[in-house]
Design a protein. Sequence first.
Length: 210
Amino acid sequence: MAAWSVEETVRYFSSYAAKYDEDLSPETYPAPFVVPAWVLERLLDTPELAQLDKGAGSEPPRPLRVLDLGCGTGQRVFFEHPLRDHFRVVGMLALARKLPFAETHCKDIESELDIGLDFDAVVCIGVMDFCRDPSVFKQLHKMLSPSGCAGITFPDARGDGSLAKFNREQIESLADAHQLSIVRSEQLFGYRDSETGEDTHYIGVVLIRK
Ligand SMILES: C[S@@+](CC[C@H](N)C(=O)[O-])C[C@H]1O[C@@H](n2cnc3c(N)ncnc32)[C@H](O)[C@@H]1O
């Protein structure tokens, strides 16, 4: 599990925040472009948005609620989508908010996840790397609406470095233990680790409530 404390994580991202977006590209760090798009795909299948996405229908009864855990500067797939006005994105961050979130909460997601319930989607991209224990799972079932889904990346167990690592069996048993089903799971390139110089990989998953 990760050797970084919350204080170390905050210190690291506090100094990195100003430059973060310069390094963010689908080639150098694809996860925030790929996994939120899987979640968006599922959201667009919800009856509220399916019609609008085809250019028909009236306003949905309410905006879809998205929670971005460890949001950093934010996931562009929601803010740049033509239906962006129908998303209400709540960000939880240690630092670096940039996009126009409906709300942001500066909290440690490992200890203070009392952020509200009934989210249609929860995304948590590039964050499990820094979590000493994957306690976010304990809350997921409760935070998701009955038809909601979550998109999470887990650093693949291969490779060195001091951040947390997970293998497929661990992810499956975490999902199972918390009444969640994995409906999509793919390996993707992570990023080049500045500490070890190695390429890292992620396992990206989409989860729904059992
Ligand atoms: C690699 S960045 C990813 C940011 C964004 N999700 C993305 O994909 O671009 C990791 C983010 O997780 C946040 N983070 C890590 N541990 C956290 C914790 N315990 N509580 C809240 N945020 C945390 C960091 O502050 C940082 O913004």
